[in-house]
Design a protein around this ligand. Sequence first.
Ligand code: PGA
Ligand code: ZN
Length: 424
Amino acid sequence: EIIFVKAREILDSRGNPTIETEVVLESGAVGVAAVPSGKSTGKFEAVELRDGDKSRFNGKGVLNAVRNVNEVIAENIIGMEAQDQYLIDKTMIDLDGTPNKSKLGANAILSVSLAVARAQANELGISLYKYLGGLNANLLPVPQLNILNGGAHADSGLDIQEFLILPVNFTSFKEAIRAGAEIYRSLESILKKKGYSVGIGDEGGFAPKVKNTEEALSLIVEAITNANYIAGKDIFLGIDSASSGFFKDGYYNFEGAKLTSKEMIDFYENLLSKFPIISIEDGLAEEDWDGWIEFTKRLGDKIQIIGDDLYVTNIERFSKGVELKATNSILIKLNQIGTLSETLKVIQFARFNGFNAIVSHRSGETADAFISHLVVGMTTGQIKSGAPARMERVEKYNELIRIEEELGENARFAGINVFKKFLK
Ligand code: PGA
Ligand code: ZN
């Protein structure tokens, strides 16, 4: 039974305020959870409540969200059983009463939702991933490591936001992450040698002012080779275009040109012929449904096509995407929708429809590694948590190393299996 709920304002990895909530149960079990924050956010995400008071954090304070937890949500869920996650989440959704959680704030609601789950796992004395997934929770994910940053996350000048490496040909998560870290450092050496900056972006990847997408990918392939791995066998490549950021008035303003959806897809098809790319996220914009349908028709049997801003972890938008065959995969971000239960339903729906689901961090993060437990608990097989550097990114990977160790010989690494359908 929940006896105490308290929220506070803390800082995220960018130095912006965010919310952390503590939930205490009658038994003494405690759950604490902090929520992350995006920068290249989708237009249809649930509302992250910010104070707008310019005298504090330039308007980004979250004291109203904190107050909503301490003064509104607390009195409505105190006395409820922490095991009743769905009922607690529904209670908060009803209290809010808006379709996008704009009254109480998705940040306020999510901090409570996650803290409740943690408190209940602690009450049972089991790891969070086991609470979420039980005996089935034994699959360690392929990490999508963002080692070169562009778009809204860096001043590299690159239009594509994320250049990702996906270590697949390994027998454990630990070895996969080791390869990722070695390649990250190998990329640093190459950049230095070529006279590029080794400064980093919001997600810990390097942010060199390279010419374009092709040069960025070539540098990464070279880094993979120099680290003694084989690109296209041990390591695949992925990109997150976050293309809503360069879509305007029906055109993609990309690398100095004004492209139609079709020309954008042509660009990706050409990239696939030159680089071992297995995954493209938000290749098209959040409102370009017709473009997405064409994209998936043309390339959906060769690569993982992920909707992030397109779906915003929202079951209605996702159902539409499934029906239209707009993608073959979905990115999962808890704070895009605002409760654990709604997120679990979206993951289940993905599974029923044969879609890959990739659990993701945000560009503004905290030390909270909830997503590491979510990805193992729900056995989705892939996680995206930035570079293998900067503690708020690394902590998610380190938690997975700990989980793998706890599972011992029962642990399985997802590896190439999650991409099998694209490699016929
Ligand atoms: P964001 O970026 O957290 O800034 O929205 C992450 C992503 O687009 O995947
Ligand atoms: Zn994205």
